[in-house]
Design a protein around this ligand. Structure first.
Ligand code: ADP
Length: 259
């Protein structure tokens, strides 16, 4: 298997905004639907800014302690282990909290002072107050389509951040992404992108998500591995997007028009 390239292709001015935010010591709020390139974008920016990247996939059980660190019992001794946020502050890394709204509410207590002008992290258990170096940056992402009102970020958190909104790319750029990511030819990439665009206009209640760039990339990879287009689209688009039989049928009908 050949190693995939890890270059993010810009869809607008997001790189310039991110770079400026980093220079000003401001945190970034990345918004966008799943599979639109948020993670890839942060990876590429970390590479371009020559900073280590520490990524935390947030989930509903993630607490402030998980981010900051904890004492662990090791063969009778207690030993402190920095959490990912503390490690990022100590090393001047970019800390990416993916799907931050999933985390427990108590995480905002540590995120707030790091996100505002104080740029500090209180490691309470160690009695340490860490000042983030200039190179440190906090990046959080969320998918506006997913969240219930309750789980929305607090305005006081949001207002401290520079927002960058990523959407699915324009067709010409998405074709370029597919070619770049998978090595398929432009004609096939163009067909897949047109199919993706058509799927994005489908309106069915059984369809919680539309075909993301990620699902198109997976489809292209399966085709490259030898699967016919229809089977690849069924496996990489229809299957992951829905369990609803009517929505599945509708998707497959649409795919048939492109075979
Ligand atoms: P997200 O974090 O928004 O869910 P990812 O960053 O994981 O999405 O993107 C999913 C995949 O889609 C990537 O692995 C990459 O193959 C592709 N992709 C999406 N947008 C871009 C882009 N602008 N440039 C390069 N690849 C992209």
């Amino acid at each position: 298997m050949t190693k995939r390239q890890s270059t993010y292709i810009a869809t607008g001015r997001e790189k310039e905004v991110f770079r400026s935010a980093w220079q000003c010591g401001l945190p970034v709020l990345l918004k966008g639907p799943t599979g639109c390139g948020k993670t890839r974008f942060v990876q590429t920016m970390a590479e371009e800014l020559a900073r280590p990247l520490i990524t935390v996939a947030c989930h509903e059980d993630l607490t402030a302690g998980d981010l900051v660190g904890r004492f662990l019992l090791q063969s009778g001794d207690t030993k402190w282990l920095d959490g990912p946020l503390t490690r990022a502050v100590r090393t001047g890394a970019i800390c990416y909290l993916d799907e931050v709204v999933e985390a427990r509410a108590d995480t905002t207590v540590v995120v707030h002072p790091l996100a505002d002008h104080r740029r500090e992290l209180n490691v309470e258990r160690l009695g340490e107050h860490l000042l983030a170096p200039d190179e440190f940056m906090l990046v959080v992402s969320y998918n506006p389509g997913y969240q219930s009102v309750l789980k929305d970020l607090k305005p006081s958190t949001r207002q401290r951040m520079v927002a960058i909104e990523l959407a699915y790319p324009d067709p010409a750029i998405e074709v370029q992404i597919l070619c770049n990511e998978t090595g398929i030819d432009e004609a096939l990439a163009d067909l897949l992108v047109r199919m993706g665009q058509a799927i994005r206009t489908l309106d069915h209640e059984g369809l919680a998500e539309v075909a993301s760039t990620r699902t198109l990339v997976s489809t292209a990879l399966l085709i490259k591995a030898g699967l016919p287009l229809r089977e690849a689209a069924e496996a990489a688009i229809a299957g992951p997007l829905t369990d609803d039989p009517v929505a599945t049928r509708q998707l497959l009908e649409l795919v048939k028009a492109y075979v």
